[in-house]
Design a protein around this ligand. Structure first.
Ligand code: NAD
Length: 499
């Protein structure tokens, strides 16, 4: 059985805690590897070693650090298929989708090639007589990234790229469900020229995370995962004086106006609702058609599309729309929530409960489900299901649809489908959600913008990637410098204003 340890000081090392977790092949249900779970002592040693390596890396000029990013771009492109395969094998998503996972992380590394420009400071010439004032952005030191299972390339790269390009050392604690891809990324960083110890990939669970949160050397924690853990990490990290940005779960609504192109909306919903088996924080999980007639037309278009979805293992190639969910526990949770939907009176118009895939009976496959006439009090509406289950909530008016999305506790992404520019503009302006699509179902911002949800989807002040990431992983120092023409007047005892 393959044993996955940690990446410490530039090499793969075995874990010493004596604890490990099973890594499954979700398509077959088999255990295919075991991943070490780090102890507090292992984490503390890795942090101490990272702190030593950071000193020289932080003092390396930004352009040289950017060149490592440039080389990394080439290497990720070279190994795209290998990385995607590692993802599909442990996560279960289709091969093209796994490549998309790598690609959206790669784009952030491309953006990080511009780090020298982003790290430029500010300068005021002659802020006072003989006085100049300048601000510089300096790395924080050792920072941490704690990442979820659903994007094992993209989110580690979102964390690593800006943190490393800004001159920090990073402790990456990836998800224990699919640890192989982050380990491969660490090897590529080394090949790209990153000095040993600057990136440490430490696998683990709560014990490893708590060791990060309680380690005084770690200056900042970037987390992505579910909301309860995001809240926990945010409060413990900030209580310990660290900078923290913690991104959580989602329940993304798509509003379909009566004037929308219904084929376009139905195609968009099927891709955004069922792609990656619904295991995306930007998946659309609630469709809100405005008006009964719109709802009827939408359901009519959706049902045949959903019934035609092909579910299978990634090894079946491009002929699969989505794969299994990540674990047996995830599957059981989705099935339980579907039952609550039925019990609480929602109408299950596409029933995937009996889905079975011949030859893969032990895999974690879940069939596609579509609910109609869901109401806001139901569990399937309030809870993030994170599976191939789309809920339809019928709204009588645009204002009611807008109010539903506004009142939901999550605020990650949302979309409106309409031909009316006025409605779209009003929606984008008033909605209290971080990322908005107009006739775009999954509005994930590109690398040079920033990514972040509102309400219970994000805790902390700054977003991921884009310029915000460089603000998060650096701190500002402002220098007031005086080069007097002659030091002859003696001491000044008043608190001086600039003249
Ligand atoms: P998770 O919260 O279970 O795990 C995320 C990370 O936290 C993992 O590294 C895990 O090891 C660690 N962790 C888990 N339990 C912990 C505990 N009790 N104490 C300390 N650390 C713990 O999330 P997941 O299941 O891996 O990922 C799915 C979730 O992530 C979904 O809710 C999804 O919406 C969310 N997500 C959000 C975004 C975003 O940008 N908002 C992006 C992707 C995923």
């Amino acid at each position: 059985m393959e044993q996955i340890g940690h990446w410490i000081d530039g090499k793969r090392v075995a874990g010493t805690s004596g604890r490990s977790a099973d890594v499954f092949n979700p398509a077959t249900g088999e255990v295919q590897a075991q991943v070490a779970l780090a102890s507090k002592a292992e984490m503390d040693a890795a942090v101490a070693s990272a702190a030593k390596a950071q000193k020289a890396w932080g003092a390396t000029n930004p352009q040289r650090r950017a060149r490592v990013m440039m080389a990394l771009v080439g290497l990720i492109n070279r190994d795209m298929d290998k990385l995607a395969e590692a993802i599909s094998r442990e996560h279960g998503k289709t091969f093209p989708d796994a490549k998309g996972d790598v690609q959206r992380g790669l784009e952030v590394i491309e953006f990080c090639i511009g780090a020298p420009h982003l790290l430029k400071g500010e300068f005021t010439d002659s802020a006072g007589p003989g006085i100049d004032m300048y601000s510089m952005r300096q790395p924080l030191g050792v920072v941490a990234g704690i990442t979820p299972f659903n994007f094992p390339a993209m989110i580690p790269l979102w964390k690593m790229g800006p943190a490393l390009a800004a001159g920090n050392a990073m402790i990456l604690k990836p998800s224990e469900r699919d640890p192989s891809c982050p380990m491969l990324l660490a090897e590529l960083c080394q090949e790209a020229g990153l000095p040993d110890g600057v990136l440490q990939v430490i696998n683990g669970d709560k014990e490893a995370v708590d060791a990060i949160l309680d380690n005084d050397t770690v200056q900042a924690v970037g987390f992505v995962g579910s909301t309860p853990i995001a809240q926990y990490i945010y409060s413990r990290a900030t209580a310990n004086g660290k900078r923290a940005q913690c991104f959580g779960g989602a329940k993304n609504h798509m509003i379909i106006m009566p004037d929308a192109d219904m084929d376009l909306a139905a195609d968009a919903l099927v891709g955004a609702g069922y792609g990656a088996a619904g295991e995306r924080c930007m998946a659309i999980s609630v469709a809100v058609p405005v008006g009964e007639e719109t709802a009827d037309r939408l359901i009519e278009k959706l049902v045949p599309r959903i019934e035609a979805l092909k579910v299978g293992p990634y090894t079946a190639g491009n002929d699969v729309d989505f794969g299994p969910v990540v674990t047996a526990a995830a599957k059981a949770n989705i099935e339980r929530l579907v039952e609550t939907g039925v019990a609480q009176g929602a109408e299950l118009v596409v029933d995937g409960r009996d889905f079975k895939l011949q030859g893969y009976e032990d895999g974690f496959f879940v069939g596609a489900h579509l609910f109609d006439r869901v109401t806001p009090d139901m569990d399937i509406y309030r809870t993030e299901i994170f599976g191939p289950v789309l809920s339809t909530v019928r709204a009588a008016s645009y204002e009611e649809a807008l109010g539903l999305a506004m009142d939901h506790e999550y605020g990650n992404g949302t979309a409106i489908f309409t031909r009316d520019g006025d409605a779209a503009r009003d929606f984008a302006s008033r909605i209290n959600i971080g990322m908005v699509g107009i006739n775009v179902p999954i509005p994930v911002p590109l690398a040079y913008h920033t990514f972040g949800g509102w309400k219970k989807s994000g805790f902390g002040d700054l977003n991921q990637h884009g310029p915000d990431a460089f603000r998060f992983y650096t701190r500002t120092k402002t220098v007031t410098a005086r080069w007097p023409s002659g030091i002859k007047d003696g001491g000044e005892f008043n608190f001086k204003a600039m003249e």
